[in-house]
Design a protein around this ligand. Sequence first.
Ligand SMILES: NC(=O)c1ccc[n+]([C@@H]2O[C@H](COP(=O)([O-])OP(=O)(O)OC[C@H]3O[C@@H](n4cnc5c(N)ncnc54)[C@H](O)[C@@H]3O)[C@@H](O)[C@H]2O)c1
Ligand SMILES: O=C(O)C1=N[C@H](C(=O)O)CCC1
Length: 249
Amino acid sequence: MKQIILSGCNGKMGHVISNIVAGRDDCTIVAGIDINTQRHFDYPVFAKPSDYAGGADVIIDFSHPSVLTPLLAFSKERGIPVVLATTGYSKAQIEEIHAAAKGTPVFFTANMSLGINLMVELAKKAAGVLGDSFDIEIIEKHHNQKIDAPSGTALMIADAVSGVLDEKPQYVYDRHSQRKKRDKNEIGIHAVRGGTIVGEHDIMFAGRDEILTISHTAMSKEVFASGAVNAAVFMCGKTAGLYNMKDMV
Ligand SMILES: NC(=O)c1ccc[n+]([C@@H]2O[C@H](COP(=O)([O-])OP(=O)(O)OC[C@H]3O[C@@H](n4cnc5c(N)ncnc54)[C@H](O)[C@@H]3O)[C@@H](O)[C@H]2O)c1
Ligand SMILES: O=C(O)C1=N[C@H](C(=O)O)CCC1
């Protein structure tokens, strides 16, 4: 039975994960971490990682970028692998994650769904063929409670596509700030927020008289939660390094 510490346990994803783990017989949650220390499940909740003195096999984090530094320090000090699913990290924080992974096992992805990870591969293939002559635009849609924009997934797709283009593209966020025609060497990235949309991502390749769109729609938060729990079980006992969905699938 793998023992999990759940960071962000009192958030929307924290609740979905708690319910999923309760129905599994290969893992259990031994502690939650959240600034809101209310107890909704049968595990204790601590305000910060260092308040928990017990052991665990793995940490899952769906919380807030401000938790990153203490969480990575806790993971390294206690020798516990961490699954980072939070989004909205700064460039410096992404570098911090890469540096930390040299000393502790870190699984990091902006999207825990299988479909999105296949979408990234399809988008790379399409960009390799069409990238020189078609314009690339990414449109993401999420619920009205989401605090970061654009989504971590939109940036993950843009970064993957950039890696296969001959010239490094410039990311253009929305289009209200400049009155000028689109440059060839751009990826447009656009965020929509409303209602209870779980998560939609489109990458559009627009050429002369034809458009190819690759789309993904998440229908429930369980998609991300079960991906994260599977990643956590996968990470138990791993050595230091940076892992992602490709390693697991
Ligand atoms: N990788 C993925 O597949 C995926 C999927 C869904 C959500 N997410 C990301 O996960 C994160 C959480 O999403 P959510 O919808 O559950 O958000 P949420 O706001 O409902 O929950 C966040 C939780 O973190 C807690 N928290 C905030 N700051 C904290 C701090 N400093 N210390 C301790 N706890 C703190 C909050 O109290 C809250 O309970 C977001 O960044 C979101 O984008 C990622
Ligand atoms: O609900 C969210 O918040 C989500 N965030 C991730 C992102 O920013 O890409 C993944 C989808 C759900």
